[in-house]
Ligand binder design. Structure first.
Ligand code: PLP
Length: 495
């Protein structure tokens, strides 16, 4: 190992058994306090350090070339490595001026709870213990938070929004096949009578596509429905497409709508979609990975009308609930439909309340519920609602600042906390190619400057900057920093 990494001088053996898997009680405590100190200064110093910095080549090399130790190392060395090689190079989320992707800051309650979760280490897929019991109840709290009916529904914590979508869509597929008199789990997709079709709008997230692919339906099973100028699924076009597909001998089975599209935060019209799906006998799924909890903000809550009528809802706790990565939750309105998609024990053989592995792909599952429960218990519905409403207000402030700035061009804003815009000084407004390159270059320059963080993607034919505000600590001063840094990085990128 090069001298870039300096292990501490102490090399005493601190383990109390041969393998190094256990520490004596005092050593455990001593290191525990040290780690809490470290985590605390990481959090409190977040504004003082660069938001992001590139990993220098020599550190890259140390990380990549480290050898698997044959003999265990003192735990001081383990900690020193993390302090020197890992902690200085975060992704940047957690910093109040980070507005890239949809990555929030972790809530303190669930950071602190981690050692207890790991110390207990229950398998929340099987057994009779507090871990599964708490998950059952916490999932119901999640349902209550996002207006999903509790009675008769089921849900499980999963790794994130992608897996939540996948889990719900498996239930949808099994449900549809059963209606047609066959069992998708027994027969597979090989003998499929009529090709299944799932509808999503052109604003739907690619994890829906991945789910359809992984379920063996093939990408052609996705029919894309155009969105309206406000980026919502166009229900008239959907209705027409369903008729055409039926006429062509296909089997429409599911509409996958979105609560908070990844590009612009749009919320599909669940009311109309629920009516249409009821008429047509289709499963209505909602991808709420980003926006399901937006319903807690009273100003936008009316947009979620009829969310209680959907068949399934994918939510993501590691986005707007500030649960440390990773955690999502799949909610299905008909408990039996979710179980049918994964169960290995026929319900008539139940000797106890079904274990949670009956409702999901995983058999061994970590204690995600404790993270979520700790936040919900410590923050409460009102605390979460205030944090989410605050983010939406900060997005409105950002929108106003963009509109007031001569070199910035607003592309989309609201109803939630995503704002799309461009750095477009007047001398370049007639040069679309140059402007497209500039947005990409700007995000790289901004990243290197280390004071704010935005990502860019192509949106309706234009490369655009995208700010997604999901950090509970972002203030009006931080919004000003994001504007100032955009303009600075834009000027630097032109030069
Ligand atoms: C609308 C939407 N759906 C699904 C996902 C995927 O969620 P995850 O990254 O937690 O798997 C995202 C992630 O940004 C999203 O915005």
């Amino acid at each position: 190992m090069t001298d870039i990494y300096t292990p501490p001088a102490t090399t005493q053996t601190i383990t109390n058994n041969q393998s190094g898997l256990a520490f004596d009680e005092n050593t455990f405590k001593q290191f525990g306090y040290q780690i809490i100190d470290e985590a605390s200064s990481y959090l409190s110093g977040i504004r003082e350090r660069p938001l992001w910095q590139a990993i220098p080549d020599d550190i890259h090399r140390v990380i990549r070339e480290q050898e698997l130790p044959a003999e265990g190392q003192p735990f001081e060395h383990t900690l020193a490595f993390i302090q020197q090689m890992i902690l200085p190079f975060p992704q940047g989320n957690g910093h109040p001026c980070f507005a890239g992707w949809i990555n929030s800051a972790p809530a303190h309650a669930s950071i602190l709870i981690k050692p207890l979760e790991a110390a207990m280490n229950p398998n929340c897929g099987i057994g009779d213990h507090a871990g599964q019991e708490l998950e059952r109840r916490t999932v119901q709290w999640v349902m209550e938070l996002c207006g999903f009916p509790v009675e008769g529904s089921a849900g499980v914590f999963v790794s994130g929004g992608s897996e939540a979508n996948f889990t719900c869509l498996q239930a949808a597929r099994q449900w549809a096949a059963q209606i047609d008199g066959w069992d998708v789990r027994a027969e597979g997709m090989q003998g499929m009578k009529r090709p299944f079709v799932l509808y999503m709008s052109d604003q739907g997230h690619f994890s829906l596509r991945k789910s359809v692919e992984a379920m063996g339906l093939g990408r052609n099973a996705i029919h894309i429905v155009p969105s309206t100028p406000s980026f919502q699924m166009d229900v008239q076009q959907l209705r027409q497409r369903i008729q055409e597909d039926r006429g062509a001998g296909m089997r429409p089975f599911c509409v996958a709508a979105t609560a908070g599209t990844v590009e612009s935060g749009a919320i599909d019209p669940f009311d109309e979609l629920a009516d249409l799906c009821a008429e047509e006998g289709l499963w209505l799924h909602v991808d709420g990975a980003y926006g399901a909890f937006g319903i807690l903000d009273e100003q936008v809550a009316p947009l979620y009308k009829s969310i209680e009528r959907v068949h399934s809802l994918a939510t993501d706790q590691h986005k707007w609930l500030s649960v440390p990565i990773d955690c999502g939750c799949a909610l299905v309105r008909d408990k039996a439909a979710l179980r049918n998609a994964f169960s290995v024990i026929p319900p008539e053989q139940d000797e106890h309340e079904p274990w949670l592995s009956e409702y999901t792909l995983q058999r061994t599952r970590r204690f995600r519920a404790l993270d979520v429960w700790a936040i919900l218990h410590t923050t409460g519905r009102n605390g979460l609602a205030a944090a989410i409403a605050h983010n939406n207000n900060m997005a409105r402030l950002l929108t106003n600042q963009i509109e007031a700035h001569p070199d910035l061009e607003l592309l989309s804003s609201g109803p939630l906390s995503i704002v799309r815009f461009r750095y477009a000084p007047s001398e370049l407004r007639h040069r679309p190619d140059r402007l497209d390159q500039l947005q990409k270059a700007l995000t790289r320059t901004m990243q290197r400057r280390g004071r704010a963080f935005l990502t860019s993607t192509r949106f309706r034919g234009k490369e655009a900057l995208r700010a997604c505000l999901v950090n509970y600590q972002t203030t009006a001063a931080d919004i000003q920093t994001i504007i100032d840094e955009t303009v600075c990085a834009g000027k630097d990128s032109i030069a």
